[in-house]
Design a protein around this ligand. Structure first.
Ligand code: HPA
Ligand code: ZN
Length: 369
C-alpha cells in the first residue's frame, strides 16, 4: 500500500489508494478537500459541544425562550475557560428531553460525515444530565439510536461512547456515572472519563470511581493538563490509571514527563482551537499574543508522544476536524506527519482488533499497522 509523503504546501501530487473505494486526490491543489476525503478518527468530541447556535435557538424556542442573534453571538464567543464553562452550562440548559438529544445527535453525526470521520468516540456529559435530574438511560437510547441508524445507512461514522463525569460536581455522581457506563457496555459505552474544572477537586477523590470503572472493564480517560499543570497528568496516570489524556498540553512544561509519556506510549488527545479559545495555550506557555502557530503539538509529536487531533467542542469553538488538521499543517507538520497522526488515532481507539483492522483498511494502512 502506498503511503503518501510530502508537504501539503509542496508541489508534488500525491495519490492515495483505498482498497474499497479507489480515490485519487491531489492535496496540493486543494488540501481541504484532500483532508475531508481522508477517512479519519476523532477521539475527543463532546456531543454537547456540538450544540450549534441555530440548534440552541430552536430548542430555546421550543421551551418558550426567544434568543436574539446578538445574545447567541455574545455567548458563543468564549475567550477563557471560565467563559467556556458558562457557555456549556447555558447551552446545555436547553437540552431537556431525549428528543432534544436526538436532534443534537443528528447534527453531530451529519457534521462528522461531512468531515470524513469514519470512527468517533463521543463523550456524553452524563454529569450534566444527572445534575438536571434527567433520565440518562432514555437520553442515551435516543442518542445511540441516531448514531446506529445513520452508521447503518452509511450516513455517519461508527461511534462508541464515553460517559463523562464533571470534576467540580464531586466523586458521588462520578461513581453513579461509572455504574451507568458499566450497565451500557453492550450498547457501545467503552470508557469512563472526567472533564470540567481541573483546578476544583484533586484526582485522589476520584480514585474509588476509577477503581470501580476498571473492575467493570471500562477504559479510563481524564482531562488533565489543559488548564492544570503537569502534575495533573502525572496524577491522572498514577492515581487513576488513565489510558489516554484529554489535552495534556501542560506536558510541554516538563521534559521528564514528556519522556515518560513517550516511553509508556500514553496518548494525548490534542484540540488546538479549544486550547486557544479557552486560553489554555496562553496559560501553559505563559505568553501573550499567542496564535495556533505557537501550539506545542509539533514538539509533543516529535518527542515521540502518541497524539491525536480532535475538535473537543466544535460548535462552541467554531472549528471542524478538517480545520484542526489544516492548523496542524500551518504549525509545520508535514502531510506525512498528519497522516501518521490520523493513523495513530485508530490505534489509540478503544476498538477490538478486528474492527480496528477493518477501519485501518479504509485508510490503506492495514499492512503497515
Ligand atoms: N475540558 C473540560 N471540560 C470540558 C471540556 C474540556 O475540554 N469540554 C467539555 N467539557
Ligand atoms: Zn474535552
Amino acid at each position: 500500500m502506498s503511503v503518501p509523503t510530502g508537504s501539503l504546501r509542496g508541489s508534488t501530487p500525491v495519490s492515495l489508494r483505498f482498497p474499497t473505494e479507489p480515490t485519487r486526490v491531489t492535496p496540493d491543489s486543494d488540501p481541504k478537500s484532500f483532508l475531508r476525503k481522508l477517512p479519519k478518527a476523532e477521539l475527543h468530541l463532546h456531543l454537547e459541544g456540538a450544540l450549534s447556535p441555530p440548534r440552541v435557538a430552536a430548542l430555546a424556542k421550543k421551551y418558550g425562550v426567544e434568543l436574539t442573534a446578538a445574545e447567541l453571538q455574545q455567548r458563543y464567543n468564549a475567550r477563557s475557560f471560565a467563559q467556556f464553562l458558562e457557555l456549556y452550562k447555558w447551552a446545555t440548559s436547553f437540552l431537556r428531553e431525549p428528543e432534544d438529544y436526538a436532534q443534537l445527535a443528528q447534527d453531530a453525526c451529519a457534521n462528522l460525515q461531512e468531515e470524513g470521520v469514519v470512527y468517533a468516540e463521543i463523550t456524553l456529559s452524563i454529569g450534566v444530565m444527572l445534575l438536571r435530574k434527567q433520565d440518562v438511560r432514555a437520553n442515551f437510547r435516543a442518542i445511540r439510536k441516531v448514531f446506529v441508524e445513520r452508521s447503518a445507512a452509511s450516513q455517519g461514522p461508527t461511534a462508541q461512547f464515553i460517559f463523562d463525569a464533571v470534576r467540580q460536581f464531586g466523586p458521588a455522581p462520578a461513581m453513579e456515572i461509572v455504574e451507568l457506563a458499566a450497565e451500557h457496555r453492550e450498547q457501545g459505552v467503552v470508557a469512563f472519563g472526567l472533564g470540567g474544572d481541573e483546578l476544583s477537586l484533586p484526582f485522589s477523590e476520584f480514585q474509588p470511581a476509577y477503581k470501580r470503572a476498571a473492575q467493570t472493564g471500562l477504559h479510563l480517560l481524564a482531562h488533565a493538563g489543559e488548564t492544570g499543570g503537569p502534575e495533573q497528568i502525572r496524577d491522572a496516570i498514577d492515581l487513576l490509571g488513565a489510558e489516554r489524556i484529554g489535552h495534556g498540553i501542560a506536558a510541554i512544561r516538563d521534559p521528564s514527563l514528556m519522556t515518560r509519556l513517550a516511553q509508556r506510549k500514553v496518548p494525548l488527545e490534542i484540540c488546538p482551537t479549544s486550547n486557544l479559545r479557552t486560553n489554555a495555550l496562553k496559560l501553559q506557555l505563559n505568553g501573550s499574543d499567542l496564535s495556533l502557530l505557537d501550539h506545542p503539538l509539533p514538539k509533543l509529536f516529535r518527542a515521540g508522544i502518541p497524539v491525536s487531533l480532535s475538535t473537543d467542542d466544535p460548535a462552541m469553538f467554531h472549528t471542524t476536524l478538517v480545520e484542526e488538521y489544516l492548523h496542524a499543517s500551518k504549525m509545520g507538520l508535514s502531510l506525512d506527519e498528519l497522516l501518521q497522526i490520523n493513523r495513530a488515532a485508530f490505534h489509540q481507539a478503544f476498538l477490538p482488533a478486528d474492527r480496528r483492522s477493518a477501519l485501518l483498511l479504509r485508510i490503506g494502512t492495514a499492512s503497515s499497522a
